[in-house]
Write a protein that binds this ligand. Structure first.
Ligand code: ITT
Length: 193
């Protein structure tokens, strides 16, 4: 029987992406099966800190094995912003459309469009944890394209691709994206333990 793994995220798109890649290794559960009414605290200054904070919070509160994801988009011409603040770039409450449009406004007239998505996954089991990072390089397009995915997907075009992430299916995105790359490392770790 496969072990149970809880995904310590309140983002349903992350649940979809992660579940598709982990279904052979675990019975995946999202947070809907736990009685969690509050937002998971996220007060760190780095992706690593936030990823661990989310994993530890759920693992300790409910005594479960879990995997958390903290991720962000780092834009070269903006000195790495929005980075760890990607989810709330345009302020509270979190709003994907507002974030994406603020980013385009802040990049208007700037020719260097280079950016990368980064994910830090933290696996928390029996009181100890391990983290895994994945990234993908690309460019911010001038005008949003596509309707798939979430967040900044309509304005991120991965290197060597002609489409944005939002113009790809979930399966296509999962072949190359930051989250999938971090998960590959997690799976290699599982194979060795
Ligand atoms: P949880 O904390 O509950 O996991 P969240 O959406 O708040 O969900 P983060 O704190 O990790 O997640 O914020 C990351 C933000 O970066 C997210 O809200 C998106 O706007 C963006 N982002 C992360 N991964 C992305 C992806 O694959 N495609 C597009 N945008 C992404």
């Amino acid at each position: 029987m496969l072990p149970v793994l809880y995904l310590a995220t309140q983002n349903k798109h992350k649940v979809e992406e992660l579940s598709a890649l982990l279904q052979d290794n675990f019975v995946i559960r999202d947070l809907s099966t736990l009685s969690l009414s509050e937002e998971i605290p996220e007060t760190g200054n780095t992706l690593e800190e936030n990823s661990l904070q989310k994993a530890r919070y759920i693992a300790e509160k409910f005594q479960v094995t879990c995997l958390a994801d903290d991720s962000g988009l780092e834009v070269e011409a903006l000195d790495g912003a929005p980075g760890v603040f990607s989810a709330r770039y345009a302020g509270e409450p979190k709003n994907d459309q507002a974030n994406l449009h603020l980013l385009l406004t802040n990049l208007s007239g700037i020719t260097n469009r280079r950016a990368r998505f980064v994910t830090v996954l933290t696996y928390y089991a029996n009181g100890s944890y391990t983290s895994f990072e994945g990234e993908i390089q690309g460019n911010i397009v001038e005008v949003p394209r596509g309707t798939q995915g979430f967040g900044y997907d309509p304005i991120f075009q991965p290197e060597n691709e002609t489409r944005t992430f939002a113009e790809m299916s979930l399966a296509e995105k999962n072949l190359i994206a930051h989250r999938a790359r971090a998960l590959e490392k997690f799976k290699n770790y599982l194979d060795k333990t």
